[in-house]
Design a protein. Sequence first.
Length: 226
Amino acid sequence: MRCYMKKIISIFIILSGLGVMAYPKAADYVEAYHQDKLLKQWESEMASTSNEGPISSGSAEETAQTSYINLDDVFNPSARTSEVAASERERSENALGSNMLGIITIDVINVNLPILRGASQYNLKYGAGHLNGTAIPGKTGNSAIAAHRSREQGKMFNRLGELQMGDAITVKTRSGTFQYKVTDTKVVEPTDLSVLQESDEEILTLITCDPIENPVNRLIVRAEMQ
């Protein structure tokens, strides 16, 4: 009987270990699937429509400053309550496809991500999030887009720190395709709201966490439309 129980326990431990090892790969697959689905859906919609609908900069109740401050919880999900996360997930799952604002492409670091309205934890699982309250890409003002840094090489904004002055960034929305050139990169504290400073020009601000292992700061890449 003891030998039998030892075998059962051994099998359970092995299966548990395999499950732990497989989970990250399974999660990556699901995220990649949704991301690819969003990109294909966007391209299909753009091919079948020629006129843009009205584009909103996000919830009128959420200012740019609030969106930026809320990134603390997004980049550090362990600080969020399960109730908030579940509520956010339910709302997002019901509108993930219709929540898409455009696509951001940075060829030099192999980035091609859907841009979703709102930089929520759920949205950032599958792409980049446009900060509510900031300008829409291609419009006058400071348009802020955030994405996770990810520990996996090349995933999301993992390589954002490699960008240099003059590197090209392309953003597609229903209004058209817009080309930006990187003008500045810097690391700031999460409380530094100067990165959201308004402008009478077309500015793009990319935001991610820094450093990768202990994201206590923000990596900021600023670009101007050409």
